[in-house]
Write a protein that binds this ligand. Structure first.
Ligand code: FES
Ligand SMILES: [Fe+2]
Length: 386
């Protein structure tokens, strides 16, 4: 409801002021540990593209909080994932961040317990194995792993994991982008000095867009109006009926994609519908660790990883069709530079937000109508912590 008592049909905005999460959720080391245990160790977490783990015995070690996960391909190229910890006395197993195992065995560097690539204990060095010792009791600690359209996810609590697709807001929304076959054309990584939730909050609203992203707001008219979608506008029906260009959904006239001049760097994905082309950007969220956005000519995949209460690792990858990359004169610099500018603008304002949270007077903030998706995120966080 805005002003009067009647809700506006179809309007997304919050009808009342909602408080933000308590400030300590963004600063406190104990709370951070709690979020690792309740959120990051209990949800699917995006690791890398499947193309970054190619061939039998390829491996990577991926760290989430204090947990080291060993992800590998077995002899049949099936993905496997385990805690990178030996079942004997708990030594770390793999010490390199990535590579290829020399043979079909994972051997502990301490006392040489040897496991096969399915995680089964095969050998120990003892000369006199006790009668009550059963190797089957000492397989590596299992971690859930899935390849979803070329994106590799892990889950630290596989027995209680819900299906991966259910943790996306809409796992079919990018079906026409041929995700499984795309190749990485560019990677951009940075450390953002903010709590991981500050990143998602900033991602979930466009009240900051006209001020923080002047160039992007020229590309997406609604962003210039502080909106993410047409229905964020209390007068959405009137504006859409009138066809007002200031409130036009999708991209501005003459712009086809998110790039410096609005022109694409490659042929359109061939299966896109007219609606998907007109939309200009199609988002799929995989909270807490990733989102993927499809444009007419490329896909951008973002991965987040918390490194501490006030530190988050950010990675963006620009994905293209193989044919696009191989085409004569292919030049992704226009889309890459445009995206990196938006990322840097968001990163800077997220750090500003984090620094301000240190005020001993600021116990909570308040959400405005347009920040309904920030509120949804907060509701999700609180439910996870329950
Ligand atoms: S801790 Fe791994 S073999 Fe002893
Ligand atoms: Fe932004």
């Amino acid at each position: 409801m805005t002003g009067g008592d009647q809700p506006i049909p179809g309007y997304n905005g919050l009808s009342r002021v909602e408080p933000t999460l308590p400030t300590q959720f963004y600063l406190d080391a104990d709370h951070y540990e709690r979020e690792l245990r309740k959120i990051w160790y209990r949800n699917w977490v995006y690791v890398c593209r499947a193309s970054e783990l190619v061939g039998p015995r390829a491996f990577r070690v991926f760290t989430i909080g204090s947990q080291q996960i060993l992800i590998l391909r077995d002899q049949d190229e099936e993905l496997r994932a385990f805690h990178n910890t030996c079942r004997h006395r708990g030594s770390l197993l793999m010490q390199k961040p990535c590579g290829r195992l020399p043979g079909p065995t994972i051997t502990c560097p301490y006392h040489s317990w040897a496991y096969d690539l399915q995680g089964n204990l095969r050998r120990t060095p003892t000369r006199s194995e006790q009668r009550d010792f059963d190797k089957e009791d000492y397989s590596l600690y299992d971690v859930g792993v899935r390849d979803w359209n070329g994106f590799v996810f892990v889950h630290l609590d596989p027995e209680n994991a819900r299906p991966l697709e259910e943790s996306f807001d809409d796992s079919h929304i990018l079906d026409h982008w041929q995700l499984a076959d795309l190749v990485v054309g560019h990677t951009y990584e940075k450390i953002i000095n903010c709590n991981w939730k500050v990143f998602w909050e900033n991602f979930s609203e466009c009240l900051h867009c006209p001020n923080i992203h002047p160039q992007l707001s020229q590309t997406v008219p609604l962003y210039k109006q502080y909106f993410m979608e047409t229905r964020d506008d209390p007068e959405w029906e009137a504006h859409q009926r009138a066809g007002d260009v200031l409130y036009k959904p999708g991209l501005a006239e003459g712009k086809e994609t998110w790039s410096k001049d609005g022109s694409p760097c490659a042929e359109y994905f061939p299966e896109l519908t007219a609606e998907e082309i007109a939309r200009g950007h199609t988002y799929c969220e995989m909270i807490p660790s990733a989102f993927v956005v499809g444009h007419v000519d490329y896909v951008r995949a973002v991965r987040l990883r918390p490194l501490g209460p006030e530190t988050t690792e950010f990675q963006a990858q620009w994905l293209f069709r193989e044919e696009s990359v191989a085409a004569a004169g292919f030049d992704p610099s226009g889309v890459v530079e445009f995206g990196q500018q938006v990322i840097d603008e968001d990163g800077a304002v997220a750090e500003l937000n984090q620094r301000g949270l240190h005020s001993i007077r600021h116990e909570r903030g308040a959400l405005m109508a347009e920040e309904y998706a920030v509120h949804d995120f907060h509701v999700w966080v609180l439910a996870q912590l329950d």
